[in-house]
Design a protein around this ligand. Structure first.
Ligand SMILES: *Cc1c(COP(=O)(O)O)cnc(C)c1O
Length: 363
């Protein structure tokens, strides 16, 4: 706790009735809470001027570096309300550590993990009435991000950086039940290469995935799956979710880290599965192994995972000229691991891993 955060409450907070109406059906990423957190960095002063103020637009010089050269990193996490009305986040230190690694890759300054967690806690506490009711699979989605805010068109790391946190209530990802995704295998686009930014959570990776995602939609699929950039042979991940393959003998495989984004959901699943006695392999996993394994019945379940959707079953994989059909229903392990994770997040099961971080006390 090293940030000295000033709090200037919003002069026009949303009424209780407006908040209730939004929380009844929040959707995803469209409504924002009353406040935002901001802290600035310069080489001379380090991180300074930490504040929570009314949520609102930024005024940026048109030459602001991030608008031209995309020097930015971000995070995605959630706050959950438990049955006793206390509010918790899930492994915020892991998000903080990842932002540190992402920022290093993007030549941005380090925000110490304890300061990151302090900033998130402070905003969630101020806007706690925006955390949806417990027992609903709704949550408050939290978006910390760091942007290069120096007004300068030369190409070098920005000498003025801004870190902010905003928050947005999120509905249950699957309304009307979990439905398996159909994936499109892109053979034209890749998301990362050796030495690239694949392991950093940065907007550029998303910008480069959009055209591939459009291709997937055009092919009647839900999401795109990327292969490695070097050989076009190994499964990497989706635009914003990691992948898992469940074998008939019980072991599970997830692509190894390096050029993929190291998901916190991915790593929690590794620990949960190992604890339940399963063998988890982190290794290269080829597209041939996927296709042939599903066809032969050796692979019995495929799923994707990430903070927003938690765990999403994958049904069919399509590519130019072919497809393999998986199950139209989520598999047993997919359902079990999803339930195990959300039960910890919503405090319905003991947190034996020490993953939950308490932000506010029980009422
Ligand atoms: C954020 C992200 C994920 C999922 O990470 P979680 O920490 O589990 O939310 C996976 N892939 C990409 C590309 C991402 O940006």
């Amino acid at each position: 706790m090293t940030l000295d955060i000033s709090i200037v409450p919003s002069a026009q907070p949303r009424s209780a009735a407006e908040v209730a109406e939004i929380l009844a059906d929040p959707g995803f990423g469209t409504h924002f809470t009353d406040h935002m957190f901001t802290v600035e960095w310069t080489p001379e002063k380090g991180w300074h001027d930490a504040r929570i103020t009314a949520y609102g637009p930024l005024t940026l010089d048109p030459a602001t570096a991030v608008l031209h050269y995309a020097q930015e990193t971000f995070e995605g996490m959630k706050a959950y309300r438990h049955a006793d009305d206390s509010i918790w986040t899930f492994r915020p230190d892991a998000n903080a550590d990842r932002m540190k690694r992402s920022s290093h890759r993007l030549a941005l300054p380090v925000l110490e993990p304890e300061d990151f967690v302090q900033a998130v806690d402070a905003l969630v506490e101020v806007d706690q009435r925006w955390v949806p009711e417990s027992g609903s699979e709704k949550s408050l989605y939290i978006r910390p991000f760091m942007i290069a805010t120096e007004a300068f068109l030369g190409v070098r790391p920005s000498q003025h950086v801004t870190f902010m946190v905003i928050a947005s209530p999120a509905g249950a990802y699957f309304k009307g039940g979990v439905k398996p995704l159909t994936l499109w295998l892109t053979e034209e686009y890749t998301r990362a290469g050796r030495g690239g930014m694949g392991a950093a959570k940065t907007g550029g990776n998303y910008a480069s995935s959009l055209v591939a995602q459009q291709e997937a939609i055009g092919q009647g699929c839900d999401q795109v799956v990327f292969l490695d950039g070097a050989e076009g042979k190994y499964v990497e991940e989706l635009g914003g979710m990691n992948m898992y393959f469940v074998f008939a003998d019980g072991h599970i495989v997830t692509p190894e880290t390096g050029t993929i984004l190291e998901g916190i959901t991915r790593s929690a699943i590794i620990e949960l599965a190992r604890k339940s006695g399963r063998t988890v392999e982190e290794r290269k996993f080829s597209i041939d192994e996927w296709r042939d394994g599903v066809a032969s019945g050796e692979i019995v379940e495929v799923f994707a995972c990430g903070t927003a959707a938690v765990v999403t079953p994958v049904g069919t994989l399509k590519w130019a000229g072919g497809e393999v059909r998986g199950s139209a229903e989520p598999g047993d392990f997919t359902n079990e691991i999803r339930a195990a994770l959300v039960d910890i997040q919503y405090g319905r099961t003991p947190d034996v891993f020490g993953w939950m971080h308490q932000v506010t006390k029980a009422e």
